[in-house]
Design a binder for this molecule. Structure first.
Ligand code: ATP
Length: 388
């Protein structure tokens, strides 16, 4: 077990024309499980490959348990990587695949290696596959073998590169739980790369979000969800994505009005208004998560009015696509079933408001500490449609 520290890591390709990773710093605690997530091309795999020693950084440093390993060859780092495509040797049996890394990285005797392989195979429930070759295995079995091969080495750090992407949805869910259980049992420091925000949110002790090679935010999943540092994180994390609307900002004594064209004015009070007022904005982006929207089939004067464009039933809930200038999604109970063309009332609580400046930086990111609601959290929506 070990800590992992990354300092100002940078990776350029094509003589600097491509900056895959830009000034990345990250501290991972002993035994911590950190998920790294971001869209395609954001630098996730390149980061992992640098940690594994498969790619030389252009600048920056990597430390494992306090020792610098930036220039240490991959085979001399005590890390084990699990790949999306399994990377098993096709002509070796499962037993030989699992024992191979041990032979390379330890001086255990053949009997000791065999004993360790059998122990790990039992833990992974793949004992009956030990004499099979990868070609005879299903995708799920191959991935269990790939995991077993990493685990048997008992490394300082596990590096997972989208290990479940080739599996079907059901197996992916099972394997997620299994990887979490194994990691907890073994307590091995782990970095897990995925493009799937749901996977990142459910698996990580901590989540790190990358965009364009730049780290956008790290934190506990719930905290990041409640307090996205910027619009990118706000809209990347959560499904359906956070609704975003352009608003004009007007300070009016100890209140702040957010006006969306001639559609509505939403008035903030209390601490939220103070924070927005001190940011000194004239325009901003208002973010509301679909599950934080309440829909009233009989709108009253205090409601924002919107026309229903689509009703999408997803079983447990309905997603309502509403016209608020831009499409605005409300996630409501399955028994809230307006029909296309209905005018409904939209409400949301001030504590669920996210506000970003025109550069995308959150104005309220420190506003609501995790697990703690602002004093205004219980106050009802103070929206009103304009014109009154
Ligand atoms: P994906 O989810 O699609 O795998 P990613 O987040 O893992 O993407 P990387 O594979 O790390 O992203 O790539 C980051 C950027 O670096 C991309 O623009 C990619 O095209 C570029 N890149 C990666 N490897 C090389 C390489 N060997 N030569 C040139 N450019 C590269």
């Amino acid at each position: 077990m070990a800590t992992l520290r990354v300092e100002s890591l940078r990776k350029e390709f094509d003589n600097g024309r491509i900056v895959a990773v830009d000034d990345l710093s990250l501290d991972v605690a002993d035994g911590e499980f950190v998920t790294v997530v971001g869209p395609s091309g954001c630098g996730k795999s390149t980061t992992l490959r640098m940690l594994a020693g498969l790619e030389q950084p252009t600048a920056g440093s990597i430390y494992i348990d306090g020792e610098e390993v930036t220039d240490v060859h991959a085979r001399d780092r005590d890390v084990a990587m699990v790949f999306q495509n399994y990377a098993l040797y096709p002509h070796k049996t499962v037993r030989q695949n699992m024992a191979f890394g041990l032979r390379m990285s330890t001086d255990l005797s053949a009997d000791e290696r065999d004993e360790k392989v059998r122990e790990t195979a039992s833990m992974m429930d793949i004992e009956e596959l030990l004499d099979d070759k990868p070609g005879e295995l299903s995708g799920g079995q191959k991935q269990r073998v790939a995991l077993g091969r990493a685990i048997v080495r008992d490394p300082d750090v596990f590096l997972f590169d989208e290990p479940l992407s080739n599996l079907d949805a059901k197996l992916r869910t099972t394997m997620r739980t299994e990887i979490q259980r194994l990691q907890e049992e073994l307590g091995t420091t782990s970095i897990y790369v995925t493009h799937d925000q749901e996977e990142a949110m459910t698996m990580g002790d901590r989540i790190a979000i990358l965009d364009g090679g730049v780290l956008q935010q790290t934190g506990r999943p719930k905290h990041v969800y409640r307090n996205p540092a910027n619009e990118f994180v706000g809209t990347f994390v959560g499904s359906p994505a956070m609704n975003m609307l352009d608003v004009d900002v007007t300070v009016d004594g100890d209140r702040v009005h957010l006006t969306n064209g001639d559609r509505f004015t939403y008035t903030l009070g209390g601490d939220t208004a103070r924070q927005v007022a001190s940011a000194d904005l004239s325009a901003a982006r208002l973010g509301i998560r679909p599950e934080n929207v309440t829909v009233d089939r009989d709108p009253d004067d205090d409601d924002i009015e919107a026309v229903v464009e689509v009703v999408e039933p997803v079983g447990s809930d309905n997603y309502l696509y509403l016209d608020l200038g831009e499409t605005f999604i409300a996630r409501v109970a399955a028994d809230v079933e307006p029909t296309w063309g209905d005018t409904v009332g939209v409400q949301f609580a001030e504590s669920d408001v996210h506000l970003f400046d025109t550069d995308g930086t959150s104005v309220l990111s420190e506003g609501y500490p995790d697990d703690q609601r602002s004093p205004s959290a219980t106050s009802p929506s103070r929206a009103r449609s304009t014109p009154e």
